[in-house]
Design a protein around this ligand. Sequence first.
Ligand SMILES: [Zn+2]
Length: 418
Amino acid sequence: MTERVKELLEDFRNKRWEKIYTPYERLFELTRNGDELVDFLESYLKTFKETSTYFDDALSYIDAKQFSKLIQIAIKILQKEENENAENVIAYASLQFPELLNEYLHLIFELEPNTYTYYAQYPWRKCNSRSIQIFKKKLINPELSQYDKERLFKCLLETRDLETINFAYNFATEDKLIDNEAMLTLYLERVGFTIQNNTIKTYCPNQLYHLLFPKNYFPNDQPISINKEQHPTWNLTPTSKKYKFGGILSDDEKNPFFHIFTLDNIPDGLNITELNVLVLGAHLRELNECEAIFYQHNTEGKPSKIQSTDDDIEVYYDNPIKETYISCAVTPERWKFQDWGISNSRENLFRLGGEPTWIQNAEVLKCPICNEKMDFLMQLDSDLPTIQNGELMFGSGGICYVFWCNTSKVSGYTIQCT
Ligand SMILES: [Zn+2]
């Protein structure tokens, strides 16, 4: 262990907050040398029980091999006692490296880390087919308690394997485990699936990209831990194509039509066909006051609002997004699963394709033209700079979700926040 790792641990141990006046700067120094960082994390995990965002944040900077070492230690600790940091290792691993949890799933089911959280079953996201068979058998065992049935049902959904999801869904219906269709749909929509004409289908594109913004686009007044530059998801490798982002589609003093993003070269895998260009824009001021807004796109990809415009926007005065050019990065495997709560304002949640990071219950929009469930297209996080140098907030600082119906060429927008 190097001197600076020892010193940082000592300072944490003795709560010498006056000496760790720049704890993040010192922690991120260690990220330049993965071995030092994992030494720090290992000792931290073995020494401290209470959660710490320093510990959680540092997990984003170690590699798979180092993560698997921490998982092993965390499981050993949890077999002996409760420990919040060990639980967090499991939670973060279930997003960043769920495949590393495969060999521990049976133990995790017994130990129940994070049991009172919505992410208790996240570890099953990359459950292999051998384990799936074992958990399926377990679910239909008549001696299983109601409590374990409910947990296993959620575990099987988390696998995101269509056949397994059908199995779990049919079991839940026949067994009356969940005796409410709306509730069942909600469970499905949490893991990227929905029901259309009595058939379970995914509503999420396979392909996922992260949006990348130019340096200094976001104001530079945030602490290093949340500055929209530090976390690896802000530093992915962009493709060469640039896209026009922000500005105004048509001005209206009370309810401007914000331009979001022009896809003049539509990336692969987003379920958009027959269009060469897709212009995304929305009346975001109005969206803050209603549940959803929909737009029909013409053959040039340009949107026009489906409902009549609400001229009476009273509360919200958001200004259009500051214009810029952005690029897209094909998202590496590690960052495909993200979670709004767990990301803790550190991560880039500007995502095109993939699954949405829901803040509240999942709510897949229905197309107002054909009445079918729409596909997820993209999401925007809060804090985008506006043309007036303010910050665009969705509700109290939530996320704007964009959906797409390729049959009707309709886009739909909705917002969630805490
Ligand atoms: Zn439609």
